[in-house]
Design a protein around this ligand. Sequence first.
Ligand SMILES: Cc1cc2nc3c(=O)[nH]c(=O)nc-3n(C[C@H](O)[C@H](O)[C@H](O)COP(=O)(O)O)c2cc1C
Length: 378
Amino acid sequence: MMFDFVDGSAGSEFGTRRNEREIERIQLQPRVLVNVENRRLDTTILGKETSLPFGIAPMGMCDLTWPGADRMLAAAAVQHEIPLCVSSAASTTLEEMHRLTGGKAWFQLYVGQSREAAFDLVDRAAGAGYEFLVLTVDTPQVSRRIRDLKNGFQVPFRMGPRQFLDFACHPRWSLQTLMTGVPKPMNFETAQKSNAFARSESRGGTDWRFLDALRNRWNGKLIIKGVMSPDDAVGIRDAGADAVYVSNHGGRQLDSAPAAIHALPQIRAAIGTDTPLIFDSGLRSGEDIVKALALGADFVMLGRPLIYAIGADGARGLDSLIDYIAEDISITLAQIGRKAIGELDASVLADPTLLPPAPDSAPESGNSVIGKLRVEGR
Ligand SMILES: Cc1cc2nc3c(=O)[nH]c(=O)nc-3n(C[C@H](O)[C@H](O)[C@H](O)COP(=O)(O)O)c2cc1C
């Protein structure tokens, strides 16, 4: 049940496969006779230095997948000097996560039925010392995830014969979870104003007016997550957001959404080069990360792979996966004749024609998205 919660997606689950397949189709151009002995993976996002060009995407209820998962993610963020985005629905309070990451965490906000409760979380994040707030806007209603429905997975959790059998077949997970205590969405448990977390409640009231209100209330950096349309990205930039986070929630929301990697260059072309872009959805390797950075992302986030690693081998699994991906990025840079993250642009792609043309480009003029990116020097 817990594997399905992480691995599963909306509807027929074509969206997740499309994300991965379209990244796979993009090819990188090998280059030779460049001195690439010394390579660097550090970069900056919104003025903050990070050791690697990727961070940890917000994921709710992680401790259900393995006891202590939130703490493992926090420790990994500190050790590898990368940001961790703490979900509204985390199993550990936002204050504790801020402390555990030595201030490296970002806070992700979901806005449900109560604006008051949402602003309470925003004020708590400010009080705890968070500098980055990520508003997720691609979940007006949690989608139908067939595997969760089949497994009877729901929050708050309910135990029936089916779940009992599943847990009996996984004694190590069950005993550890019982010993540590069944995880709860702690930000809601500790809330002053409204402490009920209803996963399936509508978040459909999060609109442009709310964005304005949030921009007025939050003085730190504001990032809007779950953006797939160039028009939306331009509106979000104009509403005063500091960065746009391109994502289709890993295919967990709209099964028929385009591959997120295709939205990335189109959004970059639409908003120009001044607004930072963060990207996730379908990244599985260092080579994938290089492709996203080449297509206009300034920074990327990893989601499911980190939870798979924790599920496979706990903190040790998480640590080795991050090391492995960092090494993979470094080796990829060497193969394509680049020495630093800042050197990645569309010129590292072997076959730009694999990408769809920008919506406003005339095919006969050859004015492709890649062409635009090249002209703008990205
Ligand atoms: C188990 C799980 C929980 C998630 N919870 C949240 C969440 O609370 N808030 C949010 O903005 N995104 C959430 N996401 C989406 C991720 O932030 C990210 O967009 C997605 O995992 C990227 O797709 P990928 O993992 O296939 O690369 C969740 C994803 C997973 C797998």
